[in-house]
Design a protein around this ligand. Sequence first.
Ligand code: FRU
Length: 496
Amino acid sequence: MTSQALQKARKYEITAERTIVEEERPAFHLSPRAGWMNDPNGFCRYQGKYHLFYQYYPYEPKWGPMHWGHAVSEDLLHWEYLPAALAPDMPYDQGGCFSGSAIELPDGKLMLMYTGVRKEEQPDGTILDVQTQCLAVGDGIDFEKYAGNPVLTEEDLPAGSSRNDFRDPKIVVRKDGTYRSYIGNRPADGSGQVLCFQSADGFHWSFQSILDSNGNRLGKMWECPDFFGLDGKHVLLVSPQDMLPQGFEYHNGNGTVCLIGRFDEETETFIEESNQAVDYGIDFYASQTVQMSDGRRVMIGWMQNWDTCEFRAHHGKWQGQMSLPRELSIKNGRLYQAPLRELEAFRQNKAVYQNALITGDKVFPDICGRRLDLEVSVRPEEGEELYRKFSIHFARNEMYHTTVSFRPHEEVLKIDRKFSGSRRAIIHQRRSKVAGSSDGFIKLRLILDRCSVEVFVNDGEQVMTAVCFTDLDAEGIMFTADGAARIDVVKYDLIG
Ligand code: FRU
């Protein structure tokens, strides 16, 4: 039975969608059908298609009582909207249907596990969120909330764990057919931990183990965990709140962390070996992964950040985008990300310049646009002193530009969108250390999709992501060197 709240959302999103013209949206990144989008949810493969749900408030382009939006795709790049999947319509989720995940049950039904938020008045009159885990089962379009909800509450928590920060279940099925759910939580030390719960049938759950504890090292509360095996290692992705900066690796505020290590099957605990940022740019958070039919592990993140949401599109019709699907791998103990290879089918109008000498400013007549795949290999000019700085300016006209610049002497790559049209005093720059680049060699691949850029550095060893709502007629691209740099450039328009 579809509740009134869900019917209202489904009706509203159909009319609101019609008011948004295609050119006001990214072309191959998913944006909300209407209103607001944050985290990817329930990213899964079901009946031969990829389903992506998302944190959704259809009525306004800002965060509100959370629904689940829904889209489906065959290739992870062309998305078709489906009706909103969940609305906050039960006593246990009236404060919102927060993030969660999806899994196919043995009977062929699709099950969603999400966090239900209930507002609870305290004796002193203040209101606190109480978070529990809930289920909804359906056919891939309509979902019935489980009569036994909530299936995990404060009673299932180990001692000292907060019932107010207990969210974002990532459910997995194991080889033996039993289920695990990895859930973010705040323990007694006030930071974060990932709890593991087990179930034989997907409906009855109990506490299994503490998968990993933050211990106040990497921010505070850990949101949106994901946990999977990759290239002989195990990877735990978390999105911490309240980070402190650590060199150029982590920055203040909401961050993304990839922990690489081993999984102890006996104790069901994770043994960390190393950690790194997932994304070194400005706008990336709350990622989720799916395994493709050919085994590839693909990650999508919310291409925005809680600290920078005030950079808004001026049309004001929608807010929030998903990142590109990124293929994950581990090389030399680091997480690598590559744009989903199917994107290459979008490539048209190739333009190539090899061995071009850049001294000062340079534009190439056929290199411009806002839906681009731009590969640039940079090296020093032989016999010359190492250049001091090399920059690519894009989304550019007389008034605006956004810049990616590289300083080999410092091994620092910077993204700067100060001049992208933002009128808000928020973070517009971010720097990242590119280890081993002091010889002046660097490879950059920029993917532009109207209102965002994703910079893949040295074949995906690092990624820097930022949104930029610059007027779409600012489509110039300019290369600049302080000193002399040689570059090879390959540009394609991305037309899907
Ligand atoms: C992360 C997050 C989640 C929560 C959701 C609410 O961005 O804060 O922890 O489930 O957003 O919309």
